[in-house]
Design a protein. Structure first.
Length: 208
């Protein structure tokens, strides 16, 4: 695990060194990640899931560049981290909205209407972040270290990784996307419940 983290940090430094030479600020890299995401949404809207997958992967790579450049150039700021988190949510919602248009014409359903599964996924994706932010806002869980302990089954990175795998499978058969969305909807809401359980028990343990 330590080896893996070291390798990841080393790769991040290399990326930062390469792209810091472009003279683009970390915050501008953050905003640039929106461009391929918008075109990815349009690709899903038109039913081209392979192009959409490539564009969203490019967006994810650009998202990795901003943090790497910020660390290498010593320009990492709280505002930069805030902006990065906001743009991350915009990109993720663009994926879900695009998938809505992609799956709506499908006749295949998995127990529930396809739009219901996607709505549950969006709810499950947004709630973990909201629970952590609201717990902090209400002074229930305020320590940064305790925020990290909230964790859960699926963080954003794992959620998107599974979604991208689903998009890849859907290049072969679009119906695969329905099953991946349904599975993610369940797991994302389990994650939200895990965080809620953490907050409730945090109070019971006398931390608040």
């Amino acid at each position: 695990m330590l080896r893996s983290k070291f390798d990841t940090d080393r790769i991040s430094v290399k990326i930062g060194l390469i792209f810091s030479g472009f003279g683009i600020s970390p915050n501008m890299w953050t905003l640039l990640a929106l461009i391929p995401a918008v075109f990815g949404f349009l690709s899903l809207y038109s039913g081209d899931i392979l192009t959409a997958l490539i564009l969203f992967l490019i967006s994810g790579f650009i998202d990795a560049i901003d943090g790497a450049v910020a660390r290498v150039t010593g320009r990492a700021t709280a505002m930069g981290a805030f902006l990065d988190g906001i743009i991350d949510r915009y990109v993720e919602i663009l994926i879900y909205l695009g998938l809505l248009f992609f799956i709506l014409p499908m006749e295949t359903e998995f127990y529930l209407p396809n739009a219901v599964w996607l709505a549950l996924l969006i709810f499950g994706a947004l709630m973990p972040t909201y629970i952590r932010a609201y717990a902090d806002h209400r002074d229930v869980v305020t320590e940064p270290e305790d925020h990290k302990k909230m964790g859960g089954l699926l963080e954003r990175a794992e959620r998107l990784s599974i979604l991208y795998i689903g998009m890849l499978f859907s290049c072969y058969d679009p119906n695969f996307m329905i099953y991946f969305i349904a599975i993610l909807a369940i797991l994302a809401n389990v994650t939200a419940l895990q965080r809620l359980w953490f907050v409730v028990n945090y109070r019971k343990r006398g931390h608040a």
